[in-house]
Design a binder for this molecule. Structure first.
Ligand SMILES: [Zn+2]
Length: 673
């Protein structure tokens, strides 16, 4: 039997793939990719950009396509068989990756090109590719002597064990806790659904009454809606204790060990700190820039945050006679005040956001800005009948991309929303291969009597993912590894987040926010409320985000030998950002999985960074008209089409004429006038 995945194909041949095709296809494609790498190494000619760097960039293409199809389906339409294959294949793929980055013969060729090539003979994109290829080896220790290489491997092994342990401890502590309620009065304020879930859990665990946990879907509604202050306090403190109790799940030492090892690793590779190491490959570039960025925002947001905190305190005082607002009061009174001020009801908005209309609205925005046309086609193979497929064409009728959209939840699809691609874009032998891009969401599905009607949050999500998709679809680069969304990750949210801005503009809403039965355009009063509520208590939220970013930077740019006590180190970092009184038995870092078990170390700032970028970039549109063709063309030519071919700051300055400034964000958030 022939394996369809090992034959050349253009669009992903979903309907012809058998589950049993994947594993053999992966192994054959890995073997082929290895052969291609070996041919580069064995080439008797002197290493050149073309025969080494470029050849590497175009190697393993079939493997990439198989991986894209497989891992996309494993997220969007999975089953036990696919999950099993993923577990078998993932280590083989990472071993293959290591075979490349740790291959001394391959590095010798790359280094020779890097050290000898006349860069003026290369395009900017080629220079970027060369630097990136070289760095890929060096940052994995290629320049170290054998003893140090061994040390590096040991550190990496220890770090991966510690991160795993960190996560397991957080999970164990989360799972160990139950808030057990037996008096119905203690449920006052909670939404029906939350109460029902708590009742179900109690029944599952053969308990009377209701059980609440530290899992977000249980914890968050409890601290937001429960009237009983003592119980809010209890569960909040329980959450803050994760990894910080005197038991076998304590993460204090693990945090200190991780920080020490990361510092050692960075210094071994020639960097002053872990933050220096990480930020070298970010738009922000170095710790000084990040710290200036965070502190500047802090100075500007703090007065607004303090004012909001005083307002919220006064509100709690008026409502319940509370003098000192505590951590367990924040969500509760914020929500109450928000309800009082805006009473914005999702159900009232939804009729204006029929999915089909919203999608056409996004298409129309892309048409006005970038001259794109979306034509639904039914001839493209798909993996589920819910998936919609479109040909995307430019003003001349030339194909720009294929666009897949998969909107509704179902068994086998993971939660959330994301953009991905089945084929990236590249130029080879004069042929510009156009990308196949997809967005996957979990929106409110249609019912027999109603079409799919979106919440406002779902509308912004659609525009967000559509922005990522535009980044992929408008890509116009030579090398696939630099194409589309392959950019530094404090830059990757610019195209997505900027698209959300259009949704708040009456001019855009008039295009698509029409009642699905009457055709009436969304009333202005709703639009105003949406806008106002979007920046409600934004000062306090900003301060909170900044506190996490500052803590992250402190852990990764401080000499770890000077840190002896986790809690006192943390309190020092929170001195400028805390509004609520400290809780002595709580710590943040011992459960800060983003930076100690996820990929966010020295990267937490990027949430705010991306907001500054999108606000600053959209402000440029606003000054000139939100559908201004000239600005849109600049955005396409310097940002969307360029992928990672040049440094993001260079690209941004070409688009904007200057570095991003935080004022637009602060204004949008209502923090300055
Ligand atoms: Zn995103």
């Amino acid at each position: 039997m022939e394996n369809i995945l090992l034959k050349p194909f253009d669009t992903a041949p979903f309907s012809q793939i058998k589950t049993s095709d994947y594993e053999p296809a992966f192994y054959a494609a890995i073997a082929d990719a290895k052969k291609e790498i070996q041919q580069i190494i064995d080439n008797p000619d002197k290493p050149t950009f073309e025969n080494t760097i470029e050849a590497m960039a175009f190697s393993g293409m079939q493997l990439d396509r198989i991986s894209n199809i497989f891992f996309n389906l494993n997220s969007a339409e999975t089953n036990e068989e696919l999950q099993k294959i993923a577990q078998v294949v993932a280590p083989k793929l990472s071993a293959f990756g290591n075979d490349i980055t740790l291959n001394p013969d391959l590095f010798a060729r790359v280094k020779q090109v890097h050290d000898t090539v006349d860069t003026s003979s290369l395009t900017t994109e080629q220079q970027t590719l060369l630097a990136k290829s070289y760095k890929g080896f060096v940052r994995n220790g290629a320049l170290l002597n054998d003893a140090d290489k061994e040390k590096l491997r040991e550190i990496d092994t220890q770090l991966s064990i510690l991160s795993l342990q960190f996560n397991e401890n957080v999970l164990a502590e989360t799972n160990a806790y139950r808030l057990h309620i037996t008096d119905e009065n203690d449920l006052a304020g909670l939404p029906e659904g939350t109460i029902e879930a708590a009742k179900n859990l109690a029944q599952q665990e053969e308990k009377e009454g209701w059980l609440f946990t530290l899992d977000f879907p249980s914890y968050l509604p409890f601290v937001t809606y429960a009237k009983n202050r003592e119980l809010r306090k209890e569960i909040t403190i329980a959450a803050g204790k994760k990894g910080f109790q005197q038991n076998e799940f304590n993460n204090e030492k693990i945090v200190l060990d991780i920080v020490r090892l990361r510092n050692q690793r960075a210094q071994l590779l020639g960097y002053a700190t872990h933050a220096d190491f990480v930020l070298e490959e970010r738009m922000a570039q170095n710790p000084t820039k990040v710290m200036d960025f965070l502190n500047d925002l802090l100075a500007k947001a703090k007065p607004a945050a303090e004012k909001e905190f005083a307002e919220l305190t006064a509100y709690a005082k008026k409502l319940d006679g509370i003098d000192q607002l505590e951590k367990w009061d924040g969500s509760y009174y914020s929500e109450k005040l928000k309800q009082e001020r805006f009473s914005l009801d999702d159900e009232a908005l939804k009729p204006y956001f029929k999915l089909e209309n919203v999608l056409n609205g996004a298409f129309e925005v892309a048409h006005r800005l970038f001259d794109l046309n979306f034509i639904e086609v039914h001839t493209i193979d798909k993996y589920h009948e819910d998936v919609q497929t479109f040909e995307v064409k430019d003003g001349n009728g030339d194909l720009v991309a294929l666009f897949y959209a998969d909107f509704f939840p179902r068994k086998g699809k993971r939660n959330g929303a994301w953009m991905t691609s089945y084929k990236s874009q590249w130029i080879k032998d004069g042929k510009n291969e156009r990308p196949h891009v997809s967005i996957v969401c979990n929106f409110t599905p249609p019912t027999p009597s109603k079409p799919s009607l979106l919440t406002f949050n779902e509308v912004t999500t659609l525009f967000h993912e559509f922005g990522h998709a535009l980044h992929g679809m408008l890509a116009n680069t030579t090398y696939p590894s630099l194409s589309g969304t392959s950019v530094y990750w404090d830059f990757v949210e610019l195209p997505s987040q900027i698209m959300e801005n259009w949704v708040y503009e009456p001019e855009t809403l008039a295009l698509f926010a029409k009642h699905y039965e009457t055709g009436e355009t969304i009333p202005q009063v709703y639009v105003d409320k949406i806008k106002e509520s979007a920046s409600f208590l934004e000062g306090m939220a900003t301060l909170r985000q900044l506190s996490f970013g500052l803590l992250d930077m402190a852990w990764h740019s401080t000499d770890p030998t000077t840190i002896t006590n986790l809690k006192s180190f943390e309190n020092k970092q929170f001195a400028e950002t805390s509004l609520y009184p400290d809780v002595a038995e709580n710590a943040m870092s011992t459960a800060f999985s983003h930076i100690f078990a996820g990929g966010y170390s020295s990267g937490y700032y990027s949430y705010k960074w991306a907001e500054v970028l999108d606000a600053d970039a959209f402000d440029y549109f606003k000054q000139n008209g939100i559908f201004n063709k000239e600005i849109a063309t600049k955005f396409k030519d310097y940002i969307l089409s360029q992928g990672g071919t040049d440094h993001p700051m260079t690209l941004y300055k070409k688009f904007r004429g200057q570095e991003p400034q935080p004022e637009a964000l602060l204004k949008r958030a209502g923090l300055i006038k």
